[in-house]
Design a protein around this ligand. Structure first.
Ligand code: ZN
Length: 185
């Protein structure tokens, strides 16, 4: 027992006399928090293991933490992570692209599309922020689905954080990232 006490007091001494870090040479990595500019690589799979999206072969995805640029369920699990962190984030639909809303599936008369060729699987812009997917085409009607293509899907992210830095004043004013992986202006 005596030696344990000694060890403890020695440790305490070490902590007390730890040399100060030289300014600017700190290697301590920054933790992701609101207004961090975060870069990460990812692979997104559904519960069946099918890969839906991946940053492989592209530059890392860069975003501003807290600006709702990524799905809320992933943003919340990014909080507190630092550069080099590798983790899995499972995001249920309600914190991802939403649950499927049946009322967003609608029948539209085919003549509404004019001469445009319409086939199942095609996507059309509908309003400023929404995209509809053609589900079915009959002789008279086109069945369109306004749900996000990933609505109702549990998102399984494999994430590797490749960079964390503080946002600049300009980035905060604009609400987006500048430079690498962001806006070039
Ligand atoms: Zn800007």
């Amino acid at each position: 027992m005596a030696s344990t006490v000694l060890l403890r007091s020695r440790l305490r001494g070490l902590v007390l006399h730890r040399p100060r870090k030289k300014p600017g040479k700190s290697k301590q990595s920054m933790n992701i928090t609101k207004n961090s500019v975060v870069s990460f690589n990812y692979t997104l799979s559904n519960n069946e293991g099918e890969v839906l999206d991946s940053s492989e072969g592209r530059e890392a995805f860069t975003y501003l933490q807290g600006a709702q640029m990524i799905v809320p369920g992933l943003e919340s699990q990014m909080e507190g992570k630092s550069k080099g962190a590798k983790f899995k984030a499972v995001v249920p639909p309600e914190h991802g692209y939403g649950v499927v809303e049946p009322q967003l599936v609608q029948r539209v008369p085919k003549d509404r599309f004019g001469d445009q060729k319409v086939e199942a699987g095609m996507q059309f812009q509908a309003g400023e922020h929404s995209v509809v997917t053609v589900r079915e085409v009959t002789d008279e009607d086109v069945v369109v689905d306004g749900n996000h293509p990933l609505a109702g899907v549990t998102l399984n992210f494999d994430v590797e954080v490749t960079g964390v830095r503080e946002a600049t004043a300009d980035e905060l004013a604009h609400g987006h990232v500048h430079g690498e992986g962001g806006h070039q202006h």
